[in-house]
Design a binder for this molecule. Structure first.
Ligand code: AKG
Length: 259
């Protein structure tokens, strides 16, 4: 898939705790896995109790991710409803992909939003993202508040049910700011998300490295930190039993367009 890029961390994660998940065995993260919270600190003006977050560290060779549930159910429901009402997805040629010379519908819906003046390459075309809308700004700003990172672009992927999916790929586009993290925020149906090391792909992989599986819950945030995307592919496979929709937002930092 054609994509883009994002910039390096400013500071630490708010409320972060140090529960490490290494790549020693099949790395599976159950949502119910217990996590301790750090003591609450002040609630910021926007009502977000950011210091109460419990972070899970996911580590393997060259894989560095952090996971938390960023929004409680009521707020996540509200955001999901608004996303469903407000996001305008690509149609026509932008909703198709060419595989071995044949055109297919993209097995999900997609949209991009971001700062004015940015451009990125998508399906061989140079495009500008749509201007930010309030619901996306709300999520972006909450991610920035808890991570210290800033973002100028978001890719929205909507999966109508478990048949919609995304194949293995890396978000290693030239437009992304080198070393920058990608913040992935999910709403709606919980779906499995997989990481596979680039040396462990294909029929005869050169190395044996366990796949890392992560169920991404409603309201969750997954920080994919450098150098994860240089070494690990990720995917969201088909899950036929899932009937409910899901919307995923990947916030990125894109390099400004050269004039
Ligand atoms: O929907 C997801 O969780 C994955 C999206 C994704 O892989 C991407 O935006 O690169």
């Amino acid at each position: 898939m054609d994509r883009f890029l994002v910039k390096r961390a400013l500071g630490g994660l708010v409320g972060k705790r140090e529960q490490e998940q290494t790549g020693a065995g099949p790395a599976e993260l159950g949502e119910e896995e217990s996590t301790r919270k750090r003591p609450r600190r002040e609630t910021p003006g926007n009502g977000a109790d950011v210091a109460g977050l419990s972070w899970r560290r996911i580590r393997s060779e060259d894989l560095d991710c952090d996971y938390t549930v960023l929004f409680g159910k009521a707020e996540a429901d509200e955001i999901f409803r608004e996303l469903e009402q407000e996001v305008e997805y690509f149609t026509g040629a932008l909703a198709k992909v060419q595989v071995f010379g044949k055109w297919h519908n993209v097995p999900r819906k997609q949209a991009t939003y971001g700062d004015t003046g940015l451009t990125y390459t998508f399906s061989g075309l140079t495009l500008s993202p749509k201007p930010w809308i309030p619901v996306l700004e709300r999520v972006r700003d909450r991610v920035s508040l808890v991570t210290g990172q800033t973002f100028n672009f978001v890719l929205v992927n909507r999966y109508k049910d478990g048949c919609d999916h995304i194949g293995e790929h890396r978000d290693d586009e030239r437009e992304l700011a080198p070393g920058s993290p990608i913040a992935s925020v999910s709403f709606g149906a919980c779906r499995d998300f997989f990481f596979r090391h680039r040396d462990a792909r294909g029929r005869s992989p050169s190395r044996r490295l366990e796949v890392v599986r992560l169920p991404l819950a409603h309201g969750s945030l997954l920080m994919m930190n450098h150098p994860t995307n240089s070494h690990w592919y990720h995917s969201l496979p088909v899950r036929k039993k899932i009937l409910a929709p899901r919307v995923n937002l990947t916030f990125r930092r894109i390099l400004p367009t050269r004039k």
